[in-house]
Write a new protein. Sequence first.
Length: 273
Amino acid sequence: MTDFYESNNDIFSLLPVQIYRHDLDGNLIYSPLHWHRSIELTVTLTGDIRFNTGSSHFDMKESDWILVNSCELHSCSYVSLNDHFTGISFIISNPFIEKWLGKNLFFYNPGNKQVTKEIKKIAQVVYNLDPEDEEYPYLLMSNTYALLGILNKYCKADGPSSKAGMNSSDITVRFTEYIEAHYREDLSYEAMADHFKYNPTYFSRLFKESLGVNFHSYLNFVRASHAAEQLSSGKMSLTDCAFDNGFPNVKSFITTFKKLYGCTPGAFMQNKK
């Protein structure tokens, strides 16, 4: 699932919405921590998936759905290694949202059964569309506008709320790009604060306000996600993988990985074979 997403994948060629169909097993059901300026709506059709947004996580079952706001950090993973997950993600261009629904909006799941029923119906229809069909763009857009009508009526709030990143996309980019470039090093929040010319205490608070998680949690997310990519290849030992991705020792690597992925790195690697 990791190759379905890019941190700043906000450029759309012709249509203002991108569709990702998921049909995955076990530890292939995961995407590392990332963000984008677009709005994401993911619907579970069958199976289970765990979504992490900021410091919260949501275990989603059949017909559950989640809205991820612009610049909101999120990741997902399997709930059980034995699970099979099918679902669909709508990645909707933020300028398109702003044109039709307005700016500085915060979207949420209202917990309304009828809304869930309507969203699942649209999700199922789009999931079954054939992208090679010459009418696909028109069918996709008609369903996207129907989805926008639901979001507009039931799922939006004026103002950016307190969710991470809504007013701090430039800072989010600067912080995440720096960590991406230096996560293999012995990186501390004091050193990063010094690089950006902030007082360490202020930097720690600003980081959490901008990204929704504290510095060490985000750094561990990045290190573990890169480690998972390497383990998927089956060509690296646990010790080499730990040190190559910035973990101070193997014990720390195993503890962090198990917390994020629900299994040890060894079990993850074995399940990939």
